[in-house]
Design a protein around this ligand. Structure first.
Ligand SMILES: Nc1ncnc2c1ncn2[C@@H]1O[C@H](COP(=O)(O)OP(=O)(O)O)[C@@H](O)[C@H]1O
Ligand SMILES: [Mg+2]
Length: 268
């Protein structure tokens, strides 16, 4: 069987027994050699305020340094204030600054909510229902305008958005490899293992994790990282220490992403 022939499943075997029978699905031809692969990932974390935006920005920074068109997306932001006639959110702004593709904020953050609280509450306060379609429509626009996308999740992995939609559902809709940011502090092992379990249970690929030193006074950090390395089913992409200047550029020096699926080769 050539690489472009679909594998026959039990369901299609009967249909495809004659020479003239067409396969039910014909996959697109493989990309020609030399065509760069597209990179995208979904960044989640063990909690809110543990470094998702910092690490997402660091990934974008590295992508820009690789010479690709990189765009961040923060689909839902809760906590925005009006500045110069436009709503401003710190996460969205940091991702925008770290990437090199400038799209309207309504694309990179389709749900920009004012109240800094749980997103389903912030949405309810504005009479908004958070739904997947506007987010995926915006994502399609980003795909068209960039070679690489970093999507920052909201809070932890299972944050509710509405009665029947939460951030784990959103991650499934994107279907991207997941990068887990572990905020290193007491309790993080349990949070990290539960999050990894939820990611895998949703059929997603945990591509790697980052140990981010949010608590400068954490004791036995090395032992905690070692235990997580033993137990998490994905590689450690780096350890980011407590930084005096928590910028994308500085955080980027502490992570190694070359082994992530689809990571672009450096352009000359
Ligand atoms: N390694 C670090 N060193 C210093 N400050 C950090 C570090 N990681 C995160 N921070 C700071 O902690 C706060 C929360 O980080 P952020 O990336 O916004 O978290 P999240 O996106 O998970 O809510 C920010 O003020 C950020 O600058
Ligand atoms: Mg954030």
């Amino acid at each position: 069987m050539s690489l472009n022939e679909p594998e026959q499943s039990v369901g299609t075997a009967e249909v495809a027994t004659t020479a003239s029978a067409l396969p039910l699905a014909v996959p697109a031809p493989l990309a020609a050699e030399g065509v760069p692969t597209r990179f995208a990932c979904f960044v989640t974390g063990t909690d809110t305020e543990i470094g998702k935006t910092l690490i997402s920005s660091a990934i974008l920074h590295k992508l820009v340094r690789q010479g690709v068109r990189a765009c961040g997306m923060k689909p839902i932001a809760a906590g925005a204030e009006e500045r110069d006639g436009e709503l401003h959110n710190d996460d969205s702004a940091m991702l925008r600054a770290a990437g090199n593709v400038q799209l309207p904020q309504s694309i990179t953050t389709p749900y920009m909510l004012r109240e800094p609280c749980a997103p389903h509450i912030a949405a309810a306060l504005e009479g908004v229902t958070i739904e997947p379609v506007p987010i995926l429509t915006a994502y399609a626009e980003i795909l068209g305008a960039s070679d690489a996308t970093v999507v920052e999740g909201v809070g932890g992995f299972c944050v509710p958005f509405s009665e029947d939609f939460d951030s784990a559902d959103l991650a499934v809709q994107f279907g991207l490899p997941v990068v887990l940011v572990v905020g290193m502090r007491l309790g993080c092992i349990n949070h990290a293992l539960l999050t990894a379990e939820a990611i895998v249970a949703r059929g997603l690929v945990l591509a790697g994790w980052v140990a981010n030193q949010v608590d400068p006074d954490m004791r036995f950090t090395d032992e905690n990282v070692a235990e997580l390395e033993r137990r998490l089913p994905a590689p450690l992409l780096g350890r980011v220490p407590r930084l005096n200047e928590p910028t994308a550029a500085v955080a980027a020096t502490h992570i190694e992403l070359a082994n992530l699926p689809g990571w672009p080769a450096k352009r000359a």
